[in-house]
Design a protein around this ligand. Structure first.
Ligand code: TXA
Ligand code: MG
Length: 406
């Protein structure tokens, strides 16, 4: 396995993409060290030693974003993002092209401080969000805000405060302040709100390492900042407090229980959004209607461990006919040590997800990718209960799965 320390330049060899970014481009992976960045919660700018590689690489990425040259991939605490200026339609379109993302799926705008949100996006924050911002920003929480009024120049000409390409068909936008020092520093240095979806190719599992991004994006983007593996591993929680009762549009890095606990009286009644949407349906979380998080192999999620045993999966594997190559991602109950030889013989890769919600979240996308790369036909994943991190884990698994057994 190649290590990504030092300045790694890789020429992408396989470029067969229908991307707007032609001719083929070289994708560089540039290291950044979290330990070089000091960014106190209430500061507007980070302290980074100017002599560090981190400083140089952050500024290269920032120039690329400021000058709308191309989107840049960067680490956040949730997953890697693919960022461009949220103020420029040209720049935002480059994100959609690189990812092959459906144009009606809105992007989250990332900011480095609340003062930047007020100053650059001319946004007032409804009081309902105050306790959540106080508790969870910077961090894995996205809030939905009404679109700001257009900005009027001296000649009376109006331009939208955020590129409409970020918010297709919506009169709201999603915004979050990431806690990852690299993400926050990049936004502060560019002094620009950055629109950033997850940096995977559309429909693939979200990337939690620079190498995952490289696998999906080589030849499509020029730069990946490598800040190591993401700590949360699943995307941010998206909450909408502009409606009554307030709603969770996507479970993620902040749990529903935490929103209820720390949100104050309004968030006690928070409802969870619809989890499915038809192709033509206009929905509040437009991303929901698309295929998501899909490895090449078929994914089966098994929930049937209510009796505290893993008999269900053993029966399932026994019932499979043919010479399928099987990968298994166990978490809390599947105990492969106890399975008989006949069953074990059928399994070619096992990657443990962990026992705690935090571990399972952190490992899920990475393990799906890894087992997929082993060339299996079928990935069997142990489902979990929906409490705490479980809601976000099961939300991603339901979208990745072709079959769910409970
Ligand atoms: O953790 C994250 O949120 C990551 C990192 C990179 O910050 N970003 C991310 O972006 O997950 P993306 O594009 O993969 O997911 C954006 C989703 C949309 O599919 C939609 O569900 C929701 O956020 N969203 C964004 N803007 C919205 C809006 N105005 N109204 C409703 N939902 C919105
Ligand atoms: Mg995504």
């Amino acid at each position: 396995h190649r290590t990504l320390r030092g300045h790694t330049t890789i020429r992408a060899t396989m470029v067969s993409v229908s991307s707007a970014l032609s001719p083929p481009i070289t994708t560089q992976i540039l290291p950044v060290a979290l330990s070089d960045i000091d960014f106190p919660r209430d500061a507007d700018m980070p302290n980074i030693p100017q002599s560090s590689v981190t400083y140089t690489n952050l500024h290269r990425a920032a120039d690329m974003i400021r000058n709308h040259i191309a989107p840049v991939a960067f680490p956040t605490e949730t997953v890697y993002g693919l960022g461009a200026s949220a103020l420029s339609t040209t720049a935002v379109r480059q994100i959609f092209a690189a990812k092959n993302r459906p144009l009606d799926n809105p992007l989250i705008v990332h900011i480095s401080s609340v003062s930047q949100l007020r100053r650059v996006l001319h946004t007032k924050i409804p009081g309902i969000y105050e306790p959540l911002i106080q508790k969870f920003w910077p961090g894995p929480l996205t809030i939905i805000l009404p679109l700001p009024d257009p900005i009027r120049n001296e000649d009376g000409v109006e331009t939208p405060a955020i590129s409409p390409a970020c918010t297709p068909g919506q009169n709201t936008f999603g915004v979050r302040m990431p806690s990852h020092p690299v993400a926050r520093a990049l936004i502060a240095i560019t002094d620009t709100p950055i629109a950033a979806p997850s940096a995977n190719a559309s429909s693939r599992p979200s990337p939690t390492t620079a190498m995952h991004v490289y696998t999906d994006m080589a030849g499509r983007i020029p730069l990946i900042l490598d800040g190591g593996a993401c700590n949360v591993g699943l995307e941010s929680t998206v909450v909408d407090g502009t409606v009554s009762p307030p709603a969770i549009l996507r479970p993620g890095g902040v749990s529903i229980e935490e929103i209820r606990k720390y949100g104050g009286p309004f968030w006690k009644d928070v409802v969870t959004g619809k989890s499915e949407a038809g192709q033509d349906e206009k929905v509040r979380t437009p991303g929901m209607k698309y295929r998501h998080y899909s490895p090449k192999a078929k994914v089966v999620v098994i929930l049937g461990q209510r009796d505290g045993s893993d008999g269900e999966i053993v029966r399932y594997i026994r019932g499979l006919s043919g010479d399928l190559k099987i990968g298994v991602l166990p978490s809390r109950l599947f105990n492969l040590d106890c399975w008989d030889e006949e069953i074990k013989k059928k399994i070619c890769v096992v990657k443990k997800l962990g026992k705690s919600g935090a571990d399972i979240s952190r490992n899920l996308f990475a393990h799906l990718r890894e087992v997929d790369e082993a060339g299996v036909d079928l990935i069997i994943v142990e489902g979990v209960g929906e409490e705490d991190e479980g809601a976000a884990i099961m939300n991603r698994l339901r979208k990745a799965a072709t079959e769910i057994l409970d």
